[in-house]
Design a protein around this ligand. Structure first.
Ligand code: PD2
Ligand code: ZN
Length: 281
């Protein structure tokens, strides 16, 4: 579809003034422009189908850039600047990778320790308002570190950025979750639903989430697997390992539905890193 010249001119002017693709998409849709026209004009204005898709105007995509390690030689391990990370399991569609030895035991313990003072019953982002809400679907306790809040956090963040070949600045602050006996996280998507009214506000901070890394900090004796119901995958929450997965658009077709099974014995701790498509501010 060709871009409408008037819409394209307006988009170009606004982008030049520093408005984000997300906010402009939201404004254009709100003014009654058809989503296909908005997407076509946005794709031309930003020179990328990717950003147009991410602005929430389309549910279709193909072959776009996403975070991920270099697997071209089928490596069994990947050397980052400070650690040899093992590649345990690789799934192509959806892209799911289980890494071993991503974190040292001491790093896991330090993150748990540093998180303690701020752990409170988890909030999730409220799609209606863009604010936080207490969510019964998530019975863990959680907290967020600011990016580079302390040297351990910064080291882990830099390792992830290098391993996954994605700009450091595009990462949200690390989240730590504690699951006590019986706690769980019912299956959900980590991307922000474009149909929800609060989403444009959330997207102004760096666009969509495009990838998740759940790092296991403490192994429960029983339960607590991370599950992907659409593909029948269960990842055991083993300390120091991690599951990484991507979603190239905010749509269930990505098969990125995932949850944390109830912990039935012991305690589980994880640190989650979400990556956005642009700098997270
Ligand atoms: O702790 C987990 O296994 C888990 C499962 C689903 C964590 C998250 N989602 C998350 O942090 O988004
Ligand atoms: Zn999740």
């Amino acid at each position: 579809m060709n871009a409408n010249p008037d819409l394209l001119k307006w988009l170009n002017e606004c982008l030049a003034r520093g408005h984000t693709p997300e906010s402009l998409t939201s404004t254009a849709l709100g003014s009654g422009w058809h989503p296909d026209l908005v997407r076509a004009a946005m794709a031309e204005a930003v020179g990328s189908e990717l950003i147009a898709h991410r602005a929430g105007t389309s549910a279709r995509t193909n072959g776009i850039a996403l975070p991920g390690p270099d697997l071209s030689q089928s490596p069994t391990f990947i050397d980052t600047s400070d650690r040899r990370v093992e590649v345990w399991t690789v799934l192509k569609h959806p892209r799911v990778i289980v890494f071993g030895n991503l974190l040292a035991p001491e790093e896991c313990d330090a993150l748990i320790e540093l998180a303690q003072p701020k752990l409170t019953r988890s909030l999730t982002v409220d799609n209606q308002t863009g604010g936080d809400e207490l969510n019964a679907a998530r019975t863990s306790d959680g907290m967020f570190f600011a990016r580079a809040e302390n040297p351990v956090v910064e080291r882990v963040e830099k390792r992830l950025s290098e391993l996954l070949r994605w700009p450091y600045e595009n990462g949200e602050g690390l989240q730590v979750l504690r699951y006590r006996h019986g706690a769980q996280y019912v299956p959900h998507y980590d991307y922000f639903d474009p149909a929800q009214p609060g989403t444009p506000k959330i997207l102004t901070r760096g666009g969509q989430r495009v990838a998740t890394t759940v790092m296991y900090l403490r192994t429960p004796e029983r339960g607590g697997a991370t599950v992907f119901p659409d593909i029948g995958l269960e990842v055991a929450p083993i300390k120091g390992s991690a599951v990484f997965f991507t979603y190239d658009r905010p749509h269930p077709d990505t098969k990125s539905l995932h949850g944390g099974m109830p912990v039935t014995l012991g305690e589980k701790y994880v640190a989650t890193k979400w990556m956005r498509e642009r700098e997270f501010v």
